[in-house]
Write a protein of this length. Structure first.
Length: 125
């Protein structure tokens, strides 16, 4: 592999996409991986150890809104449409969001494993 430079790193579209089958909605939903800044903002806004029913709903709706994209990679929903998602079946949205969390390595188990691995690495990173 060739050595790349700063601009190539900046210009690279390294986001990944995944299709999630959602039988209750009659097809697949495409999600895009979260960027570092979006992931950090979500983590700062919602403490996973302190999610109440309302904050969990807000978290799932926001996570879905940020992640769900069409074939062109454009978001399917806007922040202004979060209320529409709150009218959907909780179990279905939770299942989809759990897939999104897994895809982005954001499940509590994933984070704990990453921390454990970084602590056990020889250089600590």
């Amino acid at each position: 592999m060739a050595l790349i430079g700063r601009q190539q790193i900046i210009d690279a579209d390294d986001a990944e996409e995944m299709d999630i089958p959602v039988e209750a909605w009659g097809g697949d939903i495409r999600v895009r991986s979260l960027s570092i800044d979006v992931r950090l903002a979500l983590s700062a806004k919602y403490d996973s150890d302190d999610l109440t029913n309302e904050s969990a709903t807000d978290f799932y709706c926001e996570l879905f809104t940020i992640s769900a994209v069409n074939e062109s990679g454009e978001q399917l929903f806007t922040e202004a449409e979060l209320g529409l998602l709150k009218k959907k079946n909780w179990n279905v949205l939770e299942e989809v969001c759990n897939e999104i969390l897994t895809f982005n390595g954001m499940r509590k188990e994933d984070v704990e494993e990453t921390v454990k691995n970084s602590e056990s690495s020889p250089n600590g990173s």
